[in-house]
Design a binder for this molecule. Structure first.
Ligand code: SF4
Ligand code: SF4
Length: 136
């Protein structure tokens, strides 16, 4: 019988395994219904929809999902998880993507990029939680 090789390159296959290990979720259960995108309150801030992010992750294209900053903008409200017909814990998947970025020693926010008005008006606890979440 002829051997059919995977269309996904080895590096992307490793990325798929890492996401599965860190999140504990099976992203191949996703049927691309788009419900997670429709209910997400943060989707307008993300580079693309949560549905598309899961689709790219199925191909191991983690860098594109990191670049779309879904893991950073996800507010962990869990609405998508509750509504997903396949029972996927979507925020856990994006948390795994965020952790992968941080493990590359990539800070996802820099103090000098925060607008002066925000610095003056935001409560200190917001800075503490933001830097805890987004810096390596
Ligand atoms: S709601 Fe669930 S099944 Fe539907 S696109 Fe999102 S992750 Fe996939
Ligand atoms: S948990 Fe994150 S991705 Fe899911 S609906 Fe809330 S903000 Fe959107």
């Amino acid at each position: 019988m002829a051997h059919i090789s995977s269309p996904i390159n080895p590096e992307n296959q490793r990325a798929i395994r890492r996401i599965a290990e860190i999140s504990g979720e099976d992203i191949f259960e996703c049927m691309q219904c788009g419900t997670c995108s429709a209910v997400c309150p943060m989707v307008e801030s993300m580079g693309f929809t949560t549905r598309k992010g899961i689709h790219l992750l199925q191909f191991g294209r983690t860098q594109e999902v990191m670049d779309a900053r879904i893991g950073e903008f996800c507010a962990s409200c869990h609405t998508c998880m509750v509504r997903c017909p396949r029972g996927i814990d979507v925020p856990r998947v994006y948390e795994a993507v965020r952790l992968l970025a941080l493990r590359q020693n990539e800070d996802l926010i820099k103090p000098q990029d925060i607008p002066k008005e925000t610095m003056e008006e935001a409560p200190q606890i917001a800075f503490v939680s933001t830097f805890r979440k987004l810096t390596s």
